[in-house]
Design a protein. Structure first.
Length: 208
């Protein structure tokens, strides 16, 4: 789909993809055409991914599925080693998190600058908003990259899990510990940039 010259791509696509109500015949044709194009573009990829993870349903009551093929300590050791290697092989994710953290902090500093005057209701509400926004940002900065990484590992995980190579909690725990350094550093960096700029309490007695 080509975008006309001197037009905003977002506005153009919104106009092309929008449907008027009540729906008329031409709108139904537009919807069907878009569905056909989407199916044509995605069906091959979906079939390939489905074939990678298509496995027979395991019988969890059988004797061979009641025990894993390795001891818990060996499962933790091998999975942690692999997760650590994968974390080091993808430095772009860590760099992206650092860049996102700095950009978000630079946006938040002028918006929530010096709210330490609690004598006004506006500052109290603004401080509440700053705390809420900081918490939400820290959650998404650590959560979204993990979702992206797991999608790439999903075929491998499904096959290994079906082969009864390790338990689910071991996989999740080792991934967590492998990413723990960057997950701790990102909130630390964000709070270092925001703490005194926003005007959080700087007295230790306030936390005791």
């Amino acid at each position: 789909m080509e975008v006309p010259r001197y037009s905003n791509p977002a506005d153009h696509f919104m106009k092309v993809l929008s449907v008027k109500y009540p729906i008329k015949g031409e709108d139904e044709v537009k919807i069907q055409t878009m569905n056909d194009y989407y199916f044509m573009s995605c069906s091959r990829t979906v079939r390939q991914e489905s074939n990678l993870i298509k496995l027979d349903a395991p019988d969890m009551n059988s004797a061979e599925n009641l025990h894993f093929k390795a001891e818990v300590s060996e499962q933790i050791k091998q999975l942690f080693s692999r997760s650590w290697i994968l974390a080091k092989r993808e430095p772009r994710l860590s760099r992206a998190r650092l860049l996102q953290t700095v950009v978000v902090a630079l946006f938040m500093v002028p918006v929530f600058w010096q709210l330490d005057n609690y004598s006004t209701l506006i500052n109290v509400k603004s401080m509440t908003g700053a705390i809420y926004f900081s918490a939400v940002v820290q959650m998404f900065l650590n959560f979204l990259p993990t979702v992206i990484v797991f999608q790439a590992e999903k075929p491998v995980y499904v096959r290994e899990r079906a082969s009864n190579m390790y338990d689910i909690w071991i996989y999740a725990t080792t991934k967590l510990f492998a990413e723990l350094p960057i997950m701790v550093f990102i909130p630390f960096l964000l709070n270092c940039m925001l703490y005194f700029a926003i005007g959080y309490q700087d007295k230790l007695s306030e936390f005791l």
